[in-house]
Ligand binder design. Structure first.
Ligand code: C2E
Ligand code: CA
Ligand code: CA
Length: 564
């Protein structure tokens, strides 16, 4: 460790305040740990700073003083190469002054009437610690764009507030901008910064009237730690309105997650929860505010449990693959043509868990690849077994998640899958969700092209749910479009969706790709799709996803029907 100061002498602190009583109070608090000198106005302060420039560890500076105010001192110090290295904590009763002071280079502030002794000591100690070996504290502790705290400083400060002011009951608020990377990509970083700045201004103006602190990190992650309010909708509206006014021509959506003060939970945990709530609001423009509640807590506990149980589930083969048939409805009667492999988790204690409850969880951390490989393996074995038993080819589609597409081993794994099970490349089809194409289009296109060259057929899953534009489609190497279920769902009651379906069907014909409609449940839906020229139908109308042995019944029935 580098010893930057001699430790035989106590560190020197300059206290600047025009009121003697304030000087006395601070002197009393500090004198056990530091050597303290005093000044009664700005001019005296500057003189003392010049005189002790090499020894001074910190200055505690009142802002409102006769002769020369604290602001003038800050202004002066900022221009002086030597003096600007001495950290300054401002003493103030006004929140608005705090901000201005921080902007002018102050390292921190202490509020009047004075904080608890421990708080003052802690802050002085911390700022000194930070300044040693560092030139500019303010630059490191404040984000330049919004003037809010940086991550470390924010949490350090929040922890202290929680520790020294447990009576305050502070809430944790997380704020995020929807698709901020797109905002940057579409309108430029300068514009992005401008929006961040606007939010920063609004947050600071909010904190001018409420006790609390705020920080910004990782581009668009804002955090506020402030005195409890029952409802934050008005606050979110305020931020949103301010963004709208700043950029009337660009749609920017904010979302907010709140974790109310919780007995025994520190700021770190509370902000984790606020972010969990905020993430839940992702993409939900109708309900951009979420509050962490007991249901979310139960959800998190369940997630934790599922993560813990994954290993055993694979080893003990708790995952079961179900098969849902796809029928070609351009034949009369419709003909069984293929199937989709859909995973189920038969948990020894929790029972059957649907993929909706664990796929997104495992997608979030890459574990999904393990699960997917398992499903592919099972499906491949099954296809081989049916081939062997019935002498038929019934291709099965498996789902690829994003992590799979980005896995450099993917092609190798899939080739291996085909070879080791003695299959042909068209026995296994690959469903890639449309949204994967929007993530990193160039890379996904590249991967998909290679797989197609190997002989795999690619189905674009959930088509119409994402943002891939229609003109992009002509470049996309896909063999099948799987229309998103929501269109089918609305066939009976939405003219717009009916038109969209017709459009997709016509487009597919033009591009010479097949269309699968999934989620078909009723006769009406089927009739509409059939008429529009849809080739393949998957849905409860024909069958729910079935365990392999039950699915086999469908195969036998089909073979029987063909014989007659
Ligand atoms: P998906 O790929 O869009 O699969 C279609 C989902 O719609 C399945 O739900 C299926 O059971 C359901 N479905 C089919 N027909 C109907 C219908 O007529 N009405 C209704 N209401 N639903 C119908 P499931 O099995 O719960 O799967 C949900 C999602 O989980 C899948 O959506 C897929 O994204 C994912 N998933 C399932 N298995 C796997 C897997 O092995 N790997 C990966 N990565 N994801 C999987
Ligand atoms: Ca699928
Ligand atoms: Ca789908």
């Amino acid at each position: 460790m580098i010893q930057s100061k001699q430790i035989d002498r106590p560190q020197l602190v300059l206290v600047v305040d025009d009121y003697e009583i304030n000087r006395d109070i601070l002197g009393m608090i500090l004198e056990d740990d530091y050597e303290v000198i005093f000044a009664a106005d700005g001019q005296e302060a500057l003189d003392a700073m010049r005189e002790h420039a090499d020894e001074l560890s910190i200055v505690l500076l009142d802002l409102m003083m006769p002769v020369m105010s604290g602001f003038e001192v800050l202004e002066y110090v900022r221009e002086d190469e030597q003096l600007s290295k001495i950290p300054i904590i401002v003493l103030t009763a006004e929140k608005s002054a705090e901000l201005q002071a921080l902007q002018m280079g102050a390292a921190d502030f202490i509020t009047k009437p004075f904080d608890l002794h421990e708080v003052i000591l802690a802050r002085v100690g911390r700022i000194i610690e930070l300044s040693e070996g560092r030139q500019l504290i303010s630059a490191a502790e404040h984000d330049k764009i919004t003037l809010l705290y940086s991550r470390n400083f924010f949490f350090e400060y929040a922890n202290r507030l929680a520790q020294y002011h447990p009576e305050e009951h502070l809430d944790a608020i997380a704020i995020n901008i929807e698709q901020f990377h797109n905002v940057n990509a579409l309108h430029g970083y300068e514009f992005g910064d401008y929006i961040l700045q606007c939010i920063g201004v609004e947050i600071r103006s909010f904190l001018a009237t409420t006790r609390g602190i705020a920080g910004r990190f990782e581009a668009d992650r804002f955090q506020i730690y402030c005195v409890h309010q029952d409802d934050y909708q008005a606050l979110l509206n305020r931020f949103q309105n301010s963004v709208n006014e700043t950029s009337p021509n660009v749609n920017i959506h904010l979302r907010m997650g709140v974790c109310h003060w919780t007995e025994g939970a520190g700021p770190v945990l509370m902000f984790d929860r606020a972010w969990a709530a905020c993430n839940k609001a992702r993409g939900n423009y109708q309900k951009p505010l979420e509050v962490y509640d007991d249901a979310m807590r139960q959800g998190e506990l369940l997630n934790q449990r599922l993560l813990n149980d994954l290993r055993a589930a694979i080893d003990e083969r708790q995952f079961k693959v179900f098969y849902q048939p796809k029928y070609n409805v351009q034949y009369d009667p419709p003909m069984l043509s293929s199937a989709e492999a859909l995973i189920r988790w038969v948990h020894p204690e929790l029972g059957m868990i649907s993929p909706g409850d664990f796929i997104p969880l495992f997608e979030g951390n890459g574990l999904i690849s393990m699960v997917d490989s398992y499903v592919w393996q099972e499906a491949a074995k099954q296809v081989a077994a049916w081939k062997e038993a019935y002498g038929i080819t019934l291709p099965v589609s498996v789902n690829l998640s994003r992590a799979d597409v980005f896995d450099p081993q993917l092609e190798e794994k899939l080739k291996q899958l085909i070879e080791s099970n003695g299959l042909d490349y068209d026995d296994i089809k690959l469903e890639v969700t449309e949204s994967a194409y929007t993530d990193d289009a160039a890379l996904v296109l590249d991967v998909v092209k290679r797989l197609r060259d190997d002989g795999f057929q690619i189905e674009m899953d959930d088509f119409g749910s994402g943002y891939s534009s229609l003109n992009m489609l002509s470049d996309m190497p896909v063999d099948v479009l799987k229309m998103d279920m929501k269109f089918v769902r609305n066939i009976e009651n939405s003219e717009t969706d009916r038109r969209l379906i017709t459009l997709v069907l016509d487009l597919a014909k033009y591009l010479k790709v097949l269309v699968v409609a999934e989620g078909v449940e009723t006769e009406e839906q089927l009739a509409f799709l059939q008429e529009g020229g849809c080739d393949l139908i998957q849905g409860y109308y024909f069958s729910r996803p079935l365990p392999a042995d039950e699915f086999e019944e469908l195969i036998r029935r089909e073979i029987e029907a063909e014989r007659n």
